[in-house]
Ligand binder design. Structure first.
Ligand code: PLP
Length: 387
């Protein structure tokens, strides 16, 4: 029997932590109450949701657990944040600012406001490391700007943004600041109070929790227009019976991080750095995308000139990784993130995204380096160098 492929796609999703599963199980079986019900089953479910809300609030540094609104994931949180915040302050203005490297969920939400509600949008560019310069945000602001959305960590190249410097621009002007923090929250990198953001999108499956659940941090006092109305759940911001097992799992995953029950980010960073060193040494012309230091600890976006990343991965059945170039499932277009940092279409198509995580081992790094280097050299038109 062949061994399972080495999982190097932690930016796409992460495996469910066994301890998280154990906390979820009762809520999938015996504890099936609806948290809105007035009896013992309902009270047990409501208590579990309250605990999870507190745990997620602690993970992101929220002052009050009421600032957490559970959603079906970061996509829905992005939509509620961008559309809900902009519509709530419509009389004050109709201009939005975001960046050229946002996740599609944010870009699509902005596009909806432009196409259906008459907003205007400025997309601020980034430097070759994928960093947004606060001065460029400042230049984009107008008296009609109501919302700025800048992601905390990019899902392709891992670059982290200086959100506190952006908050220094938005807060005094009364502009709402949203960040998509789906990729950063699991590394203990997000403190919404310290960074001064008003809204932050989160996703449980990026931090070893279950899929299909996420949250939006909403700073106390900020008004949003609900995008899903009905029974008034989630402080009236997201109607529908909550996914209790999923929420419990999200809370459990957050709690493991805040109580240091998981390996520190320095461990995965060290493994990533080793893989990076080995691949750069073994593959002539290979380059790393993203910021050299200010990036997610497990992210390694590599351009291997002369290759097609999709071909490379086809020849690497023992490695589970992503091409860095497909901007959406099934799309042949090069990634908008890679082109935004200045890569040609050809270099974008030669880009591989390796995502290391909590479950990555030394042996994985050793074997992955060997397999990727050998295959890339075999595909490259100028084979040279030693393994
Ligand atoms: C930065 C970012 N935002 C949003 C999402 C969407 O998250 P979800 O799968 O929870 O909807 C992802 C995951 O693909 C992501 O990486």
């Amino acid at each position: 029997m062949s061994a399972a492929p080495i999982y190097l796609d932690h930016q796409a999703t992460t495996p469910l932590d066994e301890r998280v599963l154990q906390e979820m199980l009762p809520f999938l079986t015996s504890e099936y109450g609806n948290p809105s019900s007035p009896h013992a089953y309902g009270r047990t479910a409501a208590r579990a949701v309250r605990t999870a809300r507190r745990r997620v609030a602690d993970l992101v540094g929220a002052r009050n657990e009421r600032e957490i609104v559970f959603t079906s994931g970061a996509t829905e949180a992005d939509h509620l944040a961008v559309v809900g915040a902009a519509l709530a302050v419509r009389p004050r203005g109709g201009h939005l600012v975001t960046t050229t490297i946002e996740h599609k969920a944010v870009l699509a939400a902005c596009r909806r406001l432009v196409d259906h509600h008459g907003y205007t949008l400025t997309r601020v560019g980034v430097d070759r490391y994928g960093r947004v310069h606060p001065a460029d945000i400042a230049e984009a602001l107008t008296p009609r700007t109501v919302l700025v959305s800048v992601m905390h960590a990019n899902n392709e190249i891992g670059t982290l943004q200086r959100l506190a410097a952006v908050a220094d621009l938005t807060a005094p002007r009364g502009i709402v600041l949203h960040t998509d923090a789906a990729q950063s929250a699991g590394h203990g990198l997000l403190d919404v109070t310290e960074l001064g953001v008003d809204l932050a999108s989160l996703s449980a499956h990026k931090l070893h929790g279950p899929k299909g659940v996420g949250a939006l941090y909403v700073r106390g006092g900020l008004r949003l227009t609900a995008q899903q109305t009905g029974g008034g759940q989630e402080h009236g911001l997201r109607a529908g019976t909550p996914d209790v097992p999923g929420i419990v799992g999200f809370g459990a995953a957050a709690h493991l991080i805040t109580t240091d029950a998981v390996p520190p980010p320095s461990r995965v960073r060290a493994l990533r750095d080793r893989l990076q060193r080995r691949l750069l040494a073994a593959i002539p012309g290979a380059t790393v995308n993203g910021h050299p230091h200010l990036r997610l600890p497990g992210n390694l976006s590599l351009t291997l000139p002369g290759t097609e990343a999709a071909d490379l991965l086809d020849r690497l059945p023992d490695i589970a990784a992503s091409t860095g170039s497909a901007c959406a499932t099934g799309s042949a277009e090069p990634s908008h993130v890679l082109t935004a940092i200045g890569l040609s279409r050809e270099r974008a198509r030669a880009t591989l995204r390796l995502g290391l995580g909590r479950t990555t081992t030394d042996a994985d790094v050793h074997r992955a380096a060997e397999l990727i280097a050998r295959t890339a050299r075999a595909l490259s038109p100028t084979p040279a160098g030693a393994a």
